[in-house]
Design a protein around this ligand. Sequence first.
Ligand code: ZN
Length: 113
Amino acid sequence: MAIAIGLLLGGKFRLVDGVVEIHGKRVAGVLQRLYVPAMAITIGHVVLGQTQAALDITRKHERVHVRQYERWGIAFVPAYLLASVYLYLRGRDGYRDNPFEVEAYSVDDPGRR
Ligand SMILES: [Zn+2]
């Protein structure tokens, strides 16, 4: 699925440690318009990034999401979104308080370097 998105958006592909990394101008356009604008996003074993630099900076963080996806399988995206909605409804931050993000940020916080 993410591969198809990358192809549709005309991104540049690279294989890094068994993970497909895709970046490009139109990929960046989509990531900037997300509810929480992202430097990069992981979908399974594919990481979409705004630029090559963004992929480099976020690699350690995004790899945690790849491992989470390996543990959760197809339940990963629904579980992630449900956690976000649940937190949001309780007045918390659906992104930063999301347990999947808490784990990834505990390994590497690309914004704090
Ligand atoms: Zn994350």
